[in-house]
Design a protein around this ligand. Structure first.
Ligand code: MN
Length: 492
């Protein structure tokens, strides 16, 4: 059972007395709001709020995000409203909680189609507007995955699939390895039980075998580096995480001997220059494998990942991968976009931090935008200015609207309720009579805005597409359906 003390102790960032008080009072509000509510496991609901908050604390987020994490299910599931939260904690926390509530309404039901999934991921990010909303959704999902055993098998499967298709890739895009790896491994466990067990067993056996080997190489390298006057912050053995390992095994006909980076050593040094010095020392001590030296410091991965990788032949000719990076790079690899909070907060000093009006700092917003830009570039779309402030407009020619049940319908810009109706189902298009956008009546040639909930009121008794509709519909599907209907009726 988790308590609020676990969350406060779990915080990577030094929170300070004032901020601790904020977290405690957010906890009090969540505790009384969720009082009496139970989860499927029979535990009190507050365990989920605490689990989510702890996940946020562990990746170094500050008290406002942790507090919003504690409150994230309050407006949706209890009598307490966003307005109540605003009155007590101010608009910043209230806005984050509201963003989480809104995002929760989107159904991320995916098809197998990669393009559709990619759109869902992008939409998810674009709708969030404040990156902290996404971080809370990821922490929330991680806790749900951690407690997935309590649900029925079909639900487990659906949630695990959604996690692998939508949430893990988003965590990866934001560079949060800590979340990505855990989400992938947990989803893997539920989606492919047998393969999971198999890989887990093999990995543990291999680890036992390699432990001694890793220890010997670590000791040798530590000695060499110290001799050369390089400060080593840490040198640790590591194993590849299970889902990635499984992906690699599949590529290599399940042959373990072909996986070079199954086990490895991570060396953390203070400065970038030390990384290259360390690489030289490693290669002098152990022969490197040709074609396995990767300099992600000079050429970072698209999600910002930086490190040097090299595979060496260790004692007895056993190979292993060595990763060399600075502390900052290591934190960024684990915590991604969240790491920028840690660094900016540490730099500014805790006092400055306490009295700063907002948690937001331009640099990290820039990084967030930069990463999204990289993402867009990778997708091969045109890379024009698509950012105004923090509102991210991915969709120059694209909008997303929702059905009243929360399904996502993607449409071209300036699409109308008739386009929407035909996109949902041709019968609905044919029988459309009137429409509502966000609960208000609109005309059938209304131009839908991104994110609106569109409801189509249909006629039970007759179909009524009209020539008039052809003037304003934007999708070819709607056009051809309308024409087809009129031809049948002899109207064309
Ligand atoms: Mn939740």
């Amino acid at each position: 059972m988790l308590t609020i003390e676990d969350v406060i102790k779990g915080a990577k960032l030094n929170i300070g007395v004032h901020r601790e008080a904020l977290i405690r009072s957010a906890y009090e509000m969540a505790l009384s709001a969720h009082a009496g509510q139970k989860r499927k496991s029979g535990e009190d609901y507050i365990q989920h709020s605490l689990g989510t908050a702890l996940n946020l604390a562990k990746i170094g987020l500050g008290s406002k995000t942790i507090s919003a994490g504690l409150l994230h299910d309050v407006p949706e599931d209890t009598e307490v409203t966003v307005q109540d939260i605003e009155k007590k904690f101010g608009s910043e926390i209230a806005n984050i909680v509201e963003g989480v509530t809104k995002l929760g309404k989107i159904k991320l039901r995916g098809t197998k189609e990669e393009l559709y999934l990619e759109n869902l991921r992008k939409m998810f990010l674009a709708m969030a507007q404040d990156i902290r909303v996404v971080l809370i959704k990821l922490a929330d999902r991680l806790h749900n995955m951690e407690t997935l055993e309590n649900l029925e098998p079909e639900k487990q499967e659906r949630i695990a699939r959604e996690t692998l298709d939508i949430f893990a890739p988003i965590a990866n895009r934001l560079g949060i390895g800590e979340f990505k790896n855990k989400l992938e491994n947990l989803a893997f466990k539920y989606l492919e039980k047998e393969n999971y067990e198999y890989v887990l067993k093999l990995s543990q056996e291999q680890h036992e075998q390699r432990k001694k080997h890793l220890a010997v190489v670590s000791r040798e390298l530590q000695k060499e580096l110290t001799k050369e006057g390089i400060e080593v912050i840490s040198i640790t053995g590591r194993t590849k995480h299970l889902y990635r390992l499984f992906q690699k095994l599949k590529k290599h006909d399940m042959n373990f001997d072909k996986i070079y980076d199954l086990a490895g050593i991570r060396i953390i040094v203070p400065e970038i220059v030390n990384c290259y010095e360390t690489l030289g020392i490693v290669h002098r001590k152990y022969r490197p494998m040709i074609g396995r030296i990767k300099d992600y410091i000079s050429l970072p991965k698209p999600n910002g990942y930086q490190s040097i990788h090299t595979t060496i032949f260790g004692p007895e000719g056993r190979f292993l991968e060595i990763q060399i990076r600075t502390k900052k790079m290591d934190d960024e690899a684990e915590y991604g976009i969240a790491a920028h909070w840690i660094y900016s907060e540490e730099k500014k000093g805790i006092k400055d931090f306490l009295f700063r009006k907002k948690d937001k700092v331009p640099e990290k917003e820039l990084l967030w935008i930069k990463q999204l830009r990289e993402w867009q570039k990778e997708l091969g779309k045109d890379n024009k200015e698509f950012v105004e402030g923090l509102k991210i407009d991915f969709f120059k020619n694209h909008i997303f609207a929702f059905t009243p049940l929360g399904d996502v319908i993607d449409l071209p810009e300036e699409a109308t309720p008739i386009d929407f109706a035909y996109r949902v189902h041709s019968e609905i298009g044919d029988r459309a009579m009137s429409a509502k956008a966000n609960g208000k009546m609109v005309s059938l040639d209304y131009k839908i805005n991104n994110g609106e909930v569109i409801e189509i009121i249909t006629s039970r008794d007759y179909k009524n597409p009209s020539r008039d509709w052809l003037r304003f519909v934007k999708t070819s599907a709607a056009k051809s359906r309308i024409k087809k209907f009129m031809k049948k009726k002899g109207m064309i």
